[in-house]
Design a protein around this ligand. Structure first.
Ligand code: SAH
Ligand code: SF4
Length: 367
């Protein structure tokens, strides 16, 4: 594990040409020796695009009146989860716009329990449902969810408030509290940021990496920012780097994260694929090891409009699986089917917590 300070990280993030190539190569080697060439899948179910928040970059923001809003029925969620199981995905991830009303909280709790009934609890469950009370996080955890993704979006408070309103619904402090509460509840916690935001500098990104490390997170999800025309941040699109530069910076972030935290799980986000046709493979080759193929029923996908031109929106699960198998084999990686794929970093932390066992515990955690 490399102990990098902020200046060292900034230097790596600013590397170009052969220096950048050797950073990516080094990260790949570290990944292969710590988590191998396996890629784990999380079948992504985009449950609803209804959101109470108004983040300045996101197409699902409540202020965007152009969007037709939806919420998938229980039957549809369960058939997507069943499909994930049949395809051997090992895990599902439920993501949604943010709601905290009792009906939403109950529905998710119920869905998690029902998904856990599939084949004796064989599917791992990741949630990405935004900021919730500690009680809600506990209910969903007790129902059977065990991973939670909540991107900090930026760990720099000043930059955070350039991309969010400064009010009680968009409080930086609350976002931090939620990450802490998730950790205390027992989830494998994932966080991350968008790369290439207006006003974002390399030193912000370096601080983000140090933040992930300090938080000792189990998972990281990083992806390029993609300007959405129906959002307030769009007017600053001239301030952001080109798609190629945003892609490169995302890859360097993934690589440095892998050097700093060799045992974590890292998602090759769909946003990578959106700005570069080989984006997901490039992310895997730079140190990522998780992919989230979309299992949202086709009719809803276009309305889960976080950002424009989202990749793979029209692919069927079969096409997606074949495509992934081929693309990953071409870069010497393979999909591990029917496994949860918890991160070695988390398993180690869990073993230390439960038995005081400091040894690396690489056993797959199954019920
Ligand atoms: N509502 C939840 C989960 C859904 S949003 C939450 O906010 O945590 C999932 C992620 O989409 C966000 O964390 C954000 O980082 C990303 N996202 C939103 N708008 C985006 C954009 N314009 N470009 C790239 N990523 C975006
Ligand atoms: Fe809602 Fe999440 Fe989009 Fe913010 S990023 S508007 S919370 S869906």
């Amino acid at each position: 594990m490399e102990a990098l300070d902020k200046d060292g990280i900034v230097a790596l993030l600013n590397s170009e040409g052969s220096e950048m190539e050797s950073l990516l190569q080094r990260a790949l080697e570290v990944k292969l020796s710590h988590v191998g060439n396996s890629v784990h899948l999380r079948g992504l179910i985009e449950y609803s695009n209804i959101c109470r928040k108004n983040c300045l970059y996101c197409g699902l923001r409540s202020g965007n009146r152009k969007l037709e809003r939806y919420c998938i029925s229980e039957e549809e969620v369960l058939s997507s989860a069943l499909l994930a199981h049949e395809l051997g995905y090992g895990s599902v991830a439920i993501q949604s716009g943010e709601r905290d009303d009792p009906e939403f909280v109950r529905s998710i709790e119920h869905l998690v329990r029902k998904i856990k009934e599939i084949d004796g609890g064989s599917l791992g469950i990741t949630l990405s449902l935004g900021e919730q009370s500690p009680e809600t996080y506990r209910r969903w955890f007790e129902a059977g969810a065990h991973r939670y993704l909540l991107r900090i979006e930026s760990s720099d408070e000043e930059l955070y408030y350039k991309i969010h309103h400064k009010d009680s619904l968009h409080s930086f402090r609350r976002r931090l509290d939620c990450l802490e509460s998730l950790e205390k509840t027992g989830y494998q916690v994932g966080t991350g940021v968008m790369v290439g935001l207006p006003f974002q500098r390399a030193d912000h990104l370096a601080s983000d990496l140090l933040f992930f490390k300090r938080m000792d997170v189990a998972m990281i999800g990083l992806g390029p920012y993609i300007p959405h025309p129906d959002t307030p941040l769009y007017r600053f699109r001239n301030l952001i780097p080109s798609p190629e530069k945003r892609m490169e910076m995302t890859l360097k972030m993934i690589a440095v994260a892998r050097l700093m935290m060799p045992g974590i799980n890292m998602v090759a986000a769909t946003a990578n694929q959106t700005i570069d046709p080989r984006g997901r493979e490039k992310a895997i080759a730079a140190g990522a090891n998780v992919i989230m193929p979309n299992l949202t029923p086709g009719e809803y996908r276009e309305n889960y409009f976080l950002y424009p031109d989202k990749a793979c929106v029209k692919d069927t699960p079969d096409q997606c699986q074949r495509c992934l198998d081929i693309r990953l084999a071409a870069i010497g990686h393979r999909i591990m089917y029917n496994e949860w794929g918890d991160s070695p970093a988390f398993l180690k932390k869990q073993a230390t917590r439960q038995n005081g066992c400091p040894e690396d515990c690489s056993a797959e955690h199954r019920p």
